[in-house]
Design a protein around this ligand. Sequence first.
Ligand code: FAD
Ligand code: NAP
Length: 338
Amino acid sequence: MVIIRTDFSLKRFNTFGIDVKANRFADIFRESDIIEIRKQTASNEQILFLGSGSNILFTKNFNGVVIKNSIKGIEEKEFGEDEIIISAGGGTEWNDLVNYAASKNYWGIENLALIPGTVGAAPIQNIGAYGAELKDVFHSLEGYNFDSGEKIVFTKDECEFKYRWSIFKGELRNKFLIAKVNFVLNKKPSPNLTYGALRGELNRVSISELTPLLISETVSKIRRNKLPDPAKIGNAGSFFKNPKVKNEKFAELQNQFHNIPKFEFEQGGVKIPAAWLIEKCGFKGKRIGNVGTHKNQPLVIINFGETSGRRIQEFSVLVQKAVYEKFNILLDHEVNIY
Ligand code: FAD
Ligand code: NAP
């Protein structure tokens, strides 16, 4: 039976630690709960699917039903000689899946170690870090169209994965509940050391000594040293996406700002680290009241105390304006704002 709570505080359910309330809140533990909660939801009621709340900023009370995915579990299926399919329930903690794969010596998600959140939310923005993206190991996902109740399988192409984006962050936002995700992992060694910070940490280790466990532990160490732990200090990781600009626009910027960094992106375009742009506007480690940017990584906006989601949003607009005025680039927020 699904228990529905009313006038429910979401403070413990978002990593910014914002104290707003949901009109109704339900935690679901099995797929049959999805059918049950659908029956108890009016067709005009607002819906919000929630994982661990590590990519959400609440700016007001949620006037509708919040459905938290706690469907857990990991299963394996053979898939040819060198690959394995791992299926995980949408409510499984992402890092538990990374640790599981590393313990079995399966390659593919070790660079994505220590990303907070659930498996079911990982495809939403095609999580990425240290040179890897979820789409590189994605096989398919299963879930429910909440309007019709129909169970649907999505293949990789159907998810329309892009940089920090998928169809579920676009037209299917809060319309499709991801219940299970299937990944194809490699049993043969396939280390990805394209990312400088990771390569630097492992440069004394020979290729034959690399394991998924060593890489995931190294990524976790780098992350712990640089990023604030959301269990101790409220944040939702990178607040903005790295902007992509056309080569011509980059050439103009380079004339003015000679050391502006870039990474090749798609044909005809480059990605500029948003953190660099924000730092150049004087926002690294800047604090206004109980909101500010992190001292090591200005892309991360922090709740230093009992602040509101509105205050955080206002601060983010100041950052956006400063970057726009200096570089004529409009930063797009990565965090989902409600
Ligand atoms: P939530 O915040 O609960 O939800 C995110 C969005 O997905 C919401 O719109 C929600 O409605 C929707 N959603 C959640 N679950 C489902 C579901 N089952 N079905 C349908 N919709 C759903 N992200 C990266 O990509 N790379 C990083 O390296 C990274 N590092 C981070 C570091 C820190 C310290 C923090 C706090 C965040 C970081 N993030 C990173 C962002 C975040 O961890 C990821 O986006 C993560 O996938 C969010 O998972 P969640 O379960 O917390 O999702
Ligand atoms: P960083 O190493 O200081 O690098 C700054 C930016 O440069 C990153 O955002 C990254 O883009 C880009 N970059 C660096 N090396 C690159 C390469 N070899 N190829 C392509 N792009 C490169 O970044 P950081 O803040 O410490 O973060 C490290 C990694 O963790 C990054 O991949 C970052 O995305 C991820 N992370 C994400 C979040 C989040 O909430 N989304 C939070 C913390 C960390 P990309 O961001 O595109 O990789």
